[in-house]
Design a protein. Structure first.
Length: 297
């Protein structure tokens, strides 16, 4: 079993932490894992077996996430990209394989955009170039319910926002619904500031910065039934990254790490170790994208 350790760090006065699973004989660069808005550094642990067999894996609670210090919503994603860059330097990781999920996608994208020399490969799931008005409205309703002290309404709205409509063919829907209801319905009074700040950070976000990403191999994907960051939004993100690959995981929506964990784990392991992706039956046909003139001047 690979050795595991926890590091506690500080960036600009905010404490955060990371979990490092060391591989002493890696075949690829360290994998840095950034989870979504309501996840912590253990959220992808069940997917890690393949990754830790190939690389050192660093899972991060940046400021505002997990057990890290609460980060006011006035601190945007650029601040968190700065924290990520600082962590990579402090840990002496060199170039990294970088994975950003949903809320964390702008953070990972920002590092690849600002410092492509630090990113060996970039994987984004549930990414959007900007959140459309209907998604922002759903997130605002969640924040209002939480602010009013109604955790049941908050849980219901979270399920509605994160899970696709019931008529779509999504694997493990019943199990994932129960897990999400339990997780979002158990938010404590102490958790509310962190959840509110994260939600408002997304609502206030003005979208990816112009300029795109160059010189970084990239994979952008989500579930084929994702109704939050729906597939065309991911395609737009892929279109801003030179030479990127876009695909969808069949039988999944925004929460494909819960619905098809083994398939997602295999996809990312293959990408981070430069293995073919086009023979994976869980994927839709690979789409190779150039930069999008509509998003990149």
């Amino acid at each position: 079993m690979n050795a595991e350790r926890i590091r506690h760090l500080t960036f600009d006065g905010f404490g955060y932490r990371c979990r490092i699973v060391e591989n002493t004989a890696p075949v690829t660069e360290p994998v840095v894992v950034l989870g979504g808005a309501f996840q912590d550094m253990y959220a992808y642990q069940r997917l890690e077996a393949r990754w830790t067999a190939s690389a050192t894996v660093v899972s991060v609670d940046l400021p505002g996430s997990g057990a890290a210090d609460v980060l006011p919503a006035s601190y945007g994603f650029d601040f968190l990209t700065g924290a990520l860059a600082d962590m990579v330097d402090r840990l002496g990781l060199g170039r990294v394989n970088l994975f950003g999920a949903s809320y964390a996608a702008p953070i990972a994208y920002g590092l690849a955009q600002d410092h492509p020399e630090r990113v060996a490969r970039l994987a984004l799931v549930g990414a959007a170039p900007v959140y459309p008005p209907d998604q922002r409205a759903a997130l605002q309703a969640m924040a209002d319910a939480l602010q009013s002290g109604d955790p049941d309404a908050y849980a219901r709205m979270s399920i509605a926002a994160l899970l696709s409509p019931g008529e779509r063919d999504v694997q493990k829907r019943a199990v994932v619904t129960r897990v999400l209801a339990r997780t979002m319905g158990s938010v404590t009074h102490a958790d509310i500031p962190r959840h509110l700040a994260s939600t408002r950070r997304v609502i206030d976000w003005q979208g990816l910065r112009p300029g795109g990403v160059r010189d970084v191999p990239a994979l952008v994907f989500t579930g084929e039934h994702d109704s939050l960051t729906y597939p065309d939004l991911g395609r737009e993100v892929a279109g801003t990254i030179d030479g990127s690959v876009f695909t969808l995981i069949r039988g999944a929506d925004h929460l494909c790490h819960l619905e098809r964990p083994q398939e997602m784990s295999q996809l990312m392991d293959r990408f981070f170790t430069d293995q073919p992706l086009d023979d994976l039956p869980s994927l839709t046909p690979l789409e190779h994208h150039a930069r999008s003139a509509s998003l990149v001047p």
